[in-house]
Write a protein that binds this ligand. Structure first.
Ligand SMILES: Nc1ncnc2c1ncn2[C@@H]1O[C@H](COP(=O)(O)OP(=O)(O)O)[C@@H](O)[C@H]1O
Ligand SMILES: [Mg+2]
Length: 545
């Protein structure tokens, strides 16, 4: 449980101890999370890099930095010793890892010895199940079965952790009444989300502590005041990124070379505020920087090997795509069967067997990380284009809530660019990426209703506009950008916090256009880094505000 995900690649099969890889994350306590919009959270997430101004302002005001070992300490904002704590952060920012470290430190006696028992559950694993708290505990911790009544006797000594609310298929039922009455006894059989709500509301095991993690998008639908403390993970600031590289590569010289390489790439470097991108970047760079020492992974040599890999990629791709559209992250053996996926060593680079719960005979599988699943889901549309599938999925993408399908769409757009997919082509054999898929994706991008978005003045509208520009950026298709943005474009981003990565996108869009009528960057808190990216293209703007 205390180990990091496996890194992709067969030779990387080992796991790492959390003590060798863990880099302290920046976490801020944020009592007023409900007032924040999704984009503000995103901006906060990148705040380390850029929004120093805003961050400092807010730290002085309602935000305080909080070390993870203080999550259950006295909270000045709510004037209480918190019992219910929410840790929020965007995908891959390190919520699960932080919780694992929290448990590791508790287990090794570093903090919170007031808890005699810490129970850890993942929403994705307890989804859709109706059971009692007792059976939930026994399922994961069978050795407690006989002692359970005694264990639960003193709720103040108990901490319940539920990881990944965003990965739950059902929402928390916090309100009283309705069809979901909260439960009172550990033996009451209810949907897991009701049990969690009851623990939070203290109708069950009054006095126990509860820690939840979630992506920020799920928070806005929660009732205010349920959590005594809300902490947002900001991710890695520059120093932590460097430290991560050094821990990852071990070798001082190699890590310095790799870090310098990433620093040079604007997009890669800014994305590395997110630990999972750090991890993916380091893993992808590893063979390039230490190829001299080891042997490169054997590439397929015969046509048959190539084709076998291609078939495997396609079946895994459909599995991933089914999961993305159906919100399934944990796959049962029958899912694999239906998708024609045969679990093989080749697959362990991206699909992993989950550790089996004691007493359960059922093996389950999931992708190494959600981003990897989204990548495969996008890739399969190119490798095995099916008109009806594509149409259905795109209908879902068009009608989804903000945040859903965002990464999938990025990959879909990105793979339409020949140079981006070239390195992949050697793995998919002679059968090329479908031209039809490329055509359809470009069609989808060009049909975005740019006019309408341009005229919207609400923050969501502006953020959506930025997201669409981001897709255009991914597609690297300057003709497409010109067609979509049009000749007399007005772009108003006022009061939207623009991160350096947004500025890079905007600069790209400007570079594709001959002229932009008006660009409003008022109160966007653009920092030097962002400004430097924009500067070479600003002469294209007729009216800059
Ligand atoms: N504090 C950290 N130190 C080192 N690596 C981290 C840290 N946090 C996250 N990571 C890396 O990022 C990956 C994704 O993190 P994870 O905790 O799964 O994110 P989340 O739960 O927020 O989606 C981890 O597998 C790990 O490789
Ligand atoms: Mg997680």
């Amino acid at each position: 449980m205390m180990i990091e995900n496996k890194t992709p690649g067969k030779s990387e099969g080992q796991t790492f101890s959390i003590t060798n890889r863990y880099v302290e994350l920046k976490v801020i306590s944020d009592h007023h999370f409900r007032k924040q919009t999704h984009q503000e959270h995103e901006a906060l997430a990148a705040a380390g890099e850029l929004n120093e101004y805003r961050l400092q302002r807010r730290i002085k005001g309602e935000l305080e930095r909080i070390a993870p070992d203080r999550l259950f300490r006295w909270c000045f904002q709510s004037h209480c010793l918190p019992l219910s704590v929410m840790v929020s952060g965007v995908a891959g920012v390190g919520k699960t890892t932080l919780v694992q470290k929290f448990i590791f430190d508790w287990a090794t006696g570093k903090h919170y010895q007031k808890f005699a028992f810490v129970f850890f559950f993942k929403f994705r694993e307890v989804n859709e199940q109706k059971m009692s708290l007792e059976s939930l505990i026994c399922q994961t911790y069978p050795h407690l079965r006989d002692k359970l009544p005694r264990v639960l006797e003193d709720p103040e000594k108990l901490l319940f952790i539920f990881d990944g609310l965003d990965e739950s298929k059902t929402d928390l039922k916090l309100r009283r009444g309705g069809s979901h009455e909260l439960c009172m006894n550990p033996g009451d059989v209810k949907p897991v989300t009701v049990i969690v709500a009851s623990l939070l509301k203290q109708t069950l095991l009054k006095g126990c502590s509860v820690l939840l993690t979630s992506r920020p998008s799920k928070l806005t639908s929660l009732e205010p005041g349920v959590f005594h403390r809300v902490a947002s993970i900001v991710g890695f600031l520059s120093k932590e990124r460097e430290r991560y590289f050094s821990m990852f590569f071990g070798d001082e010289r190699v890590s310095r070379e790799a870090f310098a390489y990433v620093r040079d790439s604007q997009v890669l470097y800014t994305l590395c505020y997110n630990p999972s991108y750090c991890w993916i970047t380091c893993t992808a760079l590893k063979p390039c920087f230490i190829a001299r020492a080891g042997r490169p992974q054997p590439a397929p040599k015969t046509v048959t090997q190539l084709f076998r890999m291609r078939d495997t990629l396609i079946s895994v791709g459909w599995l991933a795509e089914y999961g993305i559209t159906d919100r399934t992250l944990v796959f049962q053996p029958h899912h694999l069967q239906v998708a024609n996926v045969v679990f093989s060593p080749f697959l362990t680079g991206f699909l992993v067997e989950n550790p089996q719960a004691e007493g359960s005979s059922q093996v389950t599988y999931s992708f190494l990380h959600l981003t990897i699943q989204e990548f495969f889901a996008a890739l399969v549309h190119y490798l095995d284009y099916k008109e009806d599938k594509f149409r259905d999925t795109m209908a879902k993408v068009r009608s989804c809530k903000e945040g859903d399908y965002e990464i999938f769409s990025c990959f879909l757009a990105g793979l339409s660019h020949p140079a981006t997919r070239m390195p992949l082509e050697k793995y998919v054999g002679q059968l090329k990426f479908s031209a039809e898929a490329t055509h359809k994706v470009i069609g989808w991008l060009s049909k975005t209703n740019y006019e309408e978005l341009q005229s919207r003045e609400d923050p969501e509208g502006k953020r959506r506009l930025m997201n669409i520009l981001n897709l255009l950026f991914e597609s690297r298709n300057s003709q497409l950008v010109r067609d979509v943005v049009g000749k007399d474009a007005h772009m108003d981003f006022s009061e939207l916090y623009l991160m350096p990565v947004d500025c890079t996108v905007l600069a790209y869009v400007l570079s594709c256009c001959e002229e932009i009528q008006r660009l409003t960057l008022d109160s966007c808190f653009i920092q030097n880094e962002g400004l430097e990216r924009l500067r070479p293209e600003l002469h294209k703007v007729r009216e800059l505000r």
